[in-house]
Design a binder for this molecule. Sequence first.
Ligand code: XMP
Length: 318
Amino acid sequence: SWTPDAFVETTVAALKEKIGDDKVILGLSGGVDSTVAAVLLHKAIGKHLHCIFVNNGLLRKNEFQDVLDQYQHMGLNVKGVDASARFLDALAGVSDPEKKRKIIGKVFIDVFDDESHLVEDAKWLAQGTIYPDVIESVSVTGGPSATIKSHHNVGGLPDFMKLNVVEPLKMLFKDEVRRVGASLHIDDERLGRHPFPGPGLAIRILGDITREKVAILQEVDAIFINGLREWGLYDKVWQAGAMLLPVNSVGVMGDERTYEKCVVLRAVESTDGMTADWVDLPYAFLQKTSNSIINKVPGVNRVVYDISSKPPATIEWE
Ligand code: XMP
């Protein structure tokens, strides 16, 4: 029967055989699949694996630096590329959700193509594709390959897309990927990480995106997610996050009338993201979190909790 240890052993041997001394490029996202794919390849070919981790400026608070440190600590040959300004400048003034996704996909490809040209004589592109991505012809959860397909069907492929593709997790389901990750000693926190969308906080900021709005949402999200961890609720929830609404509402602070932003907290239970139910988080937790957000995050005077299930309400608000 299938075991993660046996999978690692045979896959590492097969990768060595297939790749030999060639150089491989891989885009890391901080997510489970790309991380497990990277560690597996690293075990097979070491420094010949060149990982690229792009900061699109839309990640969670401190996520880029924390995850980059963790990857380096794991011994991966990884380059962190802070392309925040490129993404945020391209997104300026854009409110339409699909336009945001297209812009982020396009800038990602441009940044990744520039970076991959710096790895001389690379022969392979590795991807953390898993079995469910293969069977859905167009992956819902996107990932670079899906984005690339929708943006480069005209005008020719970027060079990195012409490389040979290697996808060591292609036959695995998510739970098997996590077990392989554990067998590779990747820590539980990374393996148990909630899904996070490729376009990041861009699709949780309704309306146009500014650096100030990103900074506000990062603070709110960090209070919410850290709270879930402290209260032992993180692993009971399939995905959680906060949205920033494009409306202000009236509040009072001392004798002053305020007119500030409203944020939404959302936490769902799901198995695959296709359907989802809102989670009945303890009132005491919601109360504490709301107070802490309003007290600590300037510019926010109201917090609401989303009690809508999917369908029809998607997990993300955009
Ligand atoms: P929805 O909002 O459609 O989300 O209920 C289902 C799951 O997919 C994630 N999601 C995305 N992931 N690129 C991604 O990589 C996207 O454009 C995208 N949109 C939604 C969402 O976070 C949830 O896990």
